[in-house]
Design a protein around this ligand. Structure first.
Ligand SMILES: *[C@@H]1O[C@H](CO)[C@@H](O)[C@H](O)[C@H]1NC(C)=O
Ligand SMILES: *[C@@H]1O[C@H](CO)[C@@H](O)[C@H](O)[C@H]1NC(C)=O
Ligand SMILES: *[C@@H]1O[C@H](CO)[C@@H](O)[C@H](O)[C@H]1NC(C)=O
Length: 368
C-alpha cells in the first residue's frame, strides 16, 4: 500500500529539470505565467503549446552553454511552432551602450518602428511585427561580452539578414550568427528614429580598447625617445638622421590621431582629425620611401652616377616630396569628399562616428 502511494506520488510529481526532446534551450520561452489547460497545453501569446513541447527547467543556459541555476519554471518550445525573435532585454526596453535601459516612453512607443524583415526558408522576405507576428524571447542570456556592436542597416556594408529559424547573417563577413551569439533590441539612432537592431560581440581576434591604447601609447613614448636620441647625438644629425626624424614625427602624429579616435576624443573636430590622421600616415610612408631612396643612393655601387642625380639641396627636395605629395593626396581626398555624389566612392571622412576615412571595419560601433 505504502509503495503504491509513493509510486502514485512520484507519478503525480512534475518532472523537474526535464528537457524538451529535440528542442534547443535557445528555442524555448518561459511560459510559467501563461494559462494552462487540463490536457497540459499552454496558451502563450495566442499560441497553443502542446504538453509534449513543455517541460520544467531549474536552470538557464548561458551563451557558452554553461548552466546558471534559477527558480524552477515551465518552458515551452515556442520557436518550433512560430518564428521567434531573440531580444537582448525585456521587449519594450531600449539598448544604450550595450545596456538594457528602462521602458520606452509613450512618445518613443509611438514613433518606434516595430517591424523587422524576416527571410523565409524559401528565400522570400516578409515584413513582420515583432510582437504580433513573432514570439519574443527576452529571457535568454545575453551574448557573453560586456560591450556589443550593433548594425545600422542604413550604413553601407552594415546590412544583415534575419532568417525565420532565428539565425542572423552578417553581410560584411558572411558569418551566420546563432541565437547564442546575437540578440536584437530597440535602439535610438542618430536620425531620431527607433528601430530594432541586432547586437553582437566583437570578433574574438579584435583587441580591446585598453590594449590598443596601451600598445599605441608605448609606441608614442618610444618614438619620442628615439627622436630625442637623434636630436641629442651629434653624429646622428646628418641627412639620414633628419629624414628619420621626419619619418618618426609623422608616424607619431598618425598614432596620436589613432589613439584620439579610439577614445573618441577627436569627435569635436572629427573631419579635421580624420584628414590630419590621413595626412600623417601618408607622410610617414613617403618619408619611409625617402629613407629607402637615400640609402639606395648612398650605398649604390654605381654611386658616382647616381650621386649626380642628387639635387643641390637633397633635404629640401626630400621635404618637398615627402610632405608635398601627401598634401596633394589629402587635397584630392578632401575634394572627392566634397564633390562626389556616389556614396560608395566617397571617402566619407568622419562618417559613422569614426574620425578617419570610412571603412567597413570601422563602421561597426560600440555605443549608440
Ligand atoms: C488541449 O485543450 C485545449 C483547450 O481545451 C485545446 O484547444 C487543445 O486542442 C487541446 N490539446 C490537445 C493536444 O488535446
Ligand atoms: C526592410 O525592408 C524594406 C523594404 O525592402 C526596407 O525599406 C527597410 O529598410 C528594411 N528594414 C530593415 C530593418 O532592414
Ligand atoms: C537557417 O536558415 C538559413 C537559410 O534558410 C540557413 O542558411 C541556416 O543554416 C539555418 N540555420 C539553422 C541553425 O538551421
Amino acid at each position: 500500500m505504502r509503495i503504491l502511494l509513493i509510486a502514485v506520488l512520484f507519478l503525480l510529481m512534475p518532472k523537474s529539470n526535464a528537457e524538451i526532446p529535440g528542442c534547443d534551450f535557445f528555442d524555448t520561452v518561459d511560459i510559467s505565467k501563461a494559462p494552462r489547460f487540463s490536457n497540459g497545453s499552454y496558451l502563450y501569446e495566442g499560441l497553443l503549446i502542446p504538453a509534449h513541447l513543455t517541460a520544467e527547467y531549474d536552470y538557464k543556459l548561458l551563451a557558452d552553454d554553461s548552466k546558471e541555476k534559477v527558480a524552477s519554471h515551465v518552458r515551452g518550445c515556442a520557436c518550433h511552432l512560430r518564428p521567434c525573435i531573440r531580444f537582448c532585454c525585456p521587449q519594450y526596453q531600449k539598448m544604450q551602450k550595450s545596456k538594457c535601459y528602462g521602458d520606452m516612453s509613450e512618445d518613443e512607443l509611438n514613433k518606434h518602428d516595430p517591424f523587422v524583415n524576416v527571410t523565409l526558408s524559401d528565400g522570400s522576405v516578409v515584413r513582420r511585427h515583432f510582437k504580433e507576428d513573432l514570439i519574443v524571447q527576452s529571457d535568454l542570456a545575453k551574448p557573453g561580452c560586456p560591450r556589443m556592436y550593433f548594425l545600422n542597416h542604413e550604413l553601407p556594408g552594415n546590412e544583415f539578414t534575419l532568417f525565420e529559424n532565428g539565425s542572423l547573417l552578417r553581410h560584411w563577413d558572411k558569418v551566420e550568427l546563432s541565437k547564442r551569439e546575437y540578440c536584437v533590441q530597440h535602439l535610438s539612432f542618430k536620425d531620431d528614429s527607433i528601430r530594432i537592431a541586432p547586437h553582437f560581440c566583437p570578433l574574438s581576434s579584435e583587441h580591446s580598447r585598453t590594449w590598443k591604447t596601451v600598445a599605441i601609447v608605448i609606441s608614442l613614448i618610444c618614438i619620442i625617445l628615439t627622436i630625442s636620441v637623434y636630436l641629442y647625438v651629434e653624429k646622428l644629425r646628418n641627412l639620414h638622421g633628419k629624414c628619420f626624424i621626419c619619418y618618426l614625427a609623422s608616424l607619431f602624429l598618425g598614432y596620436f590621431f589613432l589613439v584620439l579616435n579610439v577614445w573618441k576624443y577627436s569627435s569635436g573636430f572629427c573631419v579635421t582629425a580624420g584628414f590630419l590622421g590621413y595626412f600623417s600616415v601618408m607622410a610617414a610612408f613617403f618619408w619611409l620611401s625617402v629613407i629607402g631612396i637615400h640609402l639606395r643612393i648612398k650605398f649604390s655601387l654605381a654611386s658616382n652616377c647616381l650621386h649626380r642625380l642628387l639635387p643641390e639641396n637633397p633635404f629640401r627636395a626630400y621635404n618637398l616630396y615627402a610632405w608635398g605629395i601627401p598634401l596633394i593626396m589629402t587635397a584630392i581626398t578632401y575634394t572627392a569628399d566634397q564633390v562626389l555624389k556616389n556614396e560608395k566612392l566617397r571617402p566619407r571622412v568622419g562618417v559613422g562616428k569614426n574620425c578617419w576615412i570610412y571603412s567597413l571595419l570601422y563602421s561597426c560601433d560600440f555605443s549608440s
